[in-house]
Design a protein around this ligand. Sequence first.
Ligand code: FES
Ligand code: FES
Length: 226
Amino acid sequence: MFPSTMLASIIGGNGGPVKTRLAIERTPAITLDPPGSSAKVDASMQPYDWGVRALAQFELEVNGEVHRLDVPGEMPVLWALRDVLGLIGTKFGCGIALCGACTVHLDGVAARACVLSVAAAAGKAITTIEGLADGTELHPLQQAWIDLDVAQCGYCQSGQIMAAAALLAEQPAPTDADIDAAMAGNYCRCGTYNRIRAAIHSAARQMAGDEASAGLFYDATAEVRA
Ligand code: FES
Ligand code: FES
């Protein structure tokens, strides 16, 4: 049976006991530009103590639904998603745009929710892992992730899938090199990179209508033999 924690990393939902409030207090001021991310770091963002920040009302469109939030404008979208809206499928990893665990789509483009402010995202369409499926119909990437048993601990996988979905939207038939370049900014401490690549190819084939060769298994020895 597929473990529920693994499934949570692929479709969203209750994915883990990360205590983001503590992480906020330890996060340093941000000065880096994120590699492999379309999101630009807001250097003025000082993610400390939201309690003394002035609140404002922002409209965030998340997974097709508009939410009115009373939050500081500089609050990262990652916090708004997890702590305010309860969408915890998107994960906190580094908090400085380096690991990809927090990848969402902003107007269809992969973006790092940990360095994207609510003020910057207001008026744009955000899609999270919870909104990737079409109702009860999984996105082909989510199905491929399950079919090929991609996830190990699962922590990075919602970000990996969102990055892969943005890639396939732009390049429906990516090469290995395309995949490696697009996914280079998404780290997996369990080292599932080969299965991620195989699952992206499988989903691409399925999306192109080639169901027969969509690939229901991953041969871990293929690259060694090649
Ligand atoms: S948590 Fe956002 S890139 Fe690591
Ligand atoms: S599956 Fe564990 S970090 Fe990627």
